[in-house]
Design a protein around this ligand. Structure first.
Ligand SMILES: *[C@@H]1O[C@H](CO)[C@@H](O)[C@H](O)[C@H]1NC(C)=O
Length: 272
C-alpha cells in the first residue's frame, strides 16, 4: 500500500486543515505553521495566500454577492480508499505505535509521509476541546457508527458536500452567489480527510455552530459550484492569531467566522 501524498500536498493540506478545522487548537496550529513557513515561504505580509479565500461572514450570504473563493481541484480518484472495518481495527492508531505502523506500510522514517501520519495520529488522539465532540473514522462503517451515535440509531441523514457541477479549470476566481439555503440542525458534523495510507476522516461537531449553508455559486468563467459552508457564531475563545481574523480583518468575539468546505470534506446532516 502506498501513501500518495507529496510533501507539497501535505503542506497545503495541513495549512487548510489547521486553519479551517482546528480553530481552537491554536497553539498546535502555530507550531504547524512555523514548520510550514520554514519549509516554504508561503507567508508574505499583508497578502492573502490563494487557499485562504475560503472565509466569509454571515452578511456575505446574499444573492448577487460577488467574492473571490478558492476551491481545490484535487483529483479524488487518487485519494486513499477506506479499509474494511475488520482490517483497519486490527492496526493500532496511536502516535506511540508510529514506528510499527511505518514498518507495516514500509514508509521511511523522517519522510513527509511519516510526518503526515504522525500529524494525523496526533490530531486524532488529542482530547476534544470544551463543547466539541470528535471522532476519527478509520472505516466507512465506523463513520456510520458515529453518525448513529450522534443522530440516534436508524435515523436518516444525508451528506452535504461541495461539488463542481461543471468541470473546474481554475481553483481561485470570483463567484456570484446564486442561491442560499440555510440548514439549522443542532448536531450536524463535518468530516475532513486526513493524510494516511488508507482513508481516515476527522469528524467533529462544536456546540452552538448550527448554521450550515448550501449555496449555488457561479464563477465568472461560467463554472457552477454547489458549495457547503458553515458559520461559527461564537469566536470569542479563538486564538487572536487565527488566520481567519487576518483574512476577515476582525478579532475574536467581534464577528462570526464562516468558511466553505473543500470538495473532499463531508458534512453529515440528520434528515429526520
Ligand atoms: C475579483 O473581482 C475584483 C473586482 O473586479 C478584482 O479586483 C479581483 O482581482 C477579482 N479576483 C479574482 C480572483 O479574479
Amino acid at each position: 500500500m502506498r501513501l500518495s501524498i507529496s510533501s507539497c500536498t501535505f503542506i497545503l493540506f495541513t495549512l487548510l486543515f489547521s486553519l479551517i478545522i482546528q480553530e481552537n487548537h491554536a497553539r498546535k496550529i502555530n507550531n504547524i505553521m512555523e514548520v510550514e513557513n520554514s519549509d516554504e515561504e508561503v507567508h508574505h505580509h499583508n497578502q492573502i495566500e490563494p487557499e485562504l479565500n475560503v472565509f466569509f461572514v454571515p452578511n456575505d450570504l446574499k444573492i448577487g454577492k460577488i467574492m473571490p473563493i478558492y476551491f481545490s481541484k484535487k483529483d479524488l480518484s487518487t485519494t486513499p480508499k477506506f479499509l474494511p472495518k475488520e482490517e483497519s481495527e486490527k492496526l493500532p492508531f496511536t502516535p506511540k505505535e508510529l514506528p510499527l505502523l511505518l514498518d507495516f506500510f514500509t514508509i521511511p522514517k523522517d519522510s513527509p509521509q511519516a510526518k503526515a501520519m504522525k500529524y494525523t495520529l496526533d490530531q486524532c488522539n488529542f482530547e476534544p476541546m470544551e463543547g466539541e465532540t470528535k471522532f476519527c473514522a478509520t472505516s466507512l462503517e465506523s463513520l456510520f457508527d458515529f453518525a448513529n451515535s450522534m443522530f440516534g440509531s436508524n435515523s436518516n441523514f444525508k451528506f452535504l458536500t461541495t461539488k463542481h457541477v461543471t468541470e473546474s479549470t481554475i481553483p481561485l476566481q470570483n463567484y456570484t452567489i446564486a442561491k442560499v439555503n440555510k440548514i439549522s440542525v443542532p448536531n450536524a458534523f463535518g468530516c475532513h480527510p486526513m493524510p494516511y495510507p488508507f482513508a481516515v476522516f476527522y469528524c467533529h461537531t462544536q456546540k452552538g455552530d448550527a448554521n450550515l449553508y448550501e449555496l449555488v455559486l457561479e464563477g465568472e468563467n461560467g463554472e457552477v459550484i454547489e458549495a457547503a459552508g458553515i458559520c461559527h457564531m461564537d469566536t470569542s475563545k479563538w486564538d487572536a492569531d487565527h488566520v481567519a481574523f487576518r483574512v476577515l480583518d476582525t478579532r475574536p468575539g467581534k464577528s462570526p467566522v464562516c468558511h466553505f468546505f473543500p470538495p473532499d470534506n463531508l458534512v453529515l446532516v440528520p434528515t429526520s
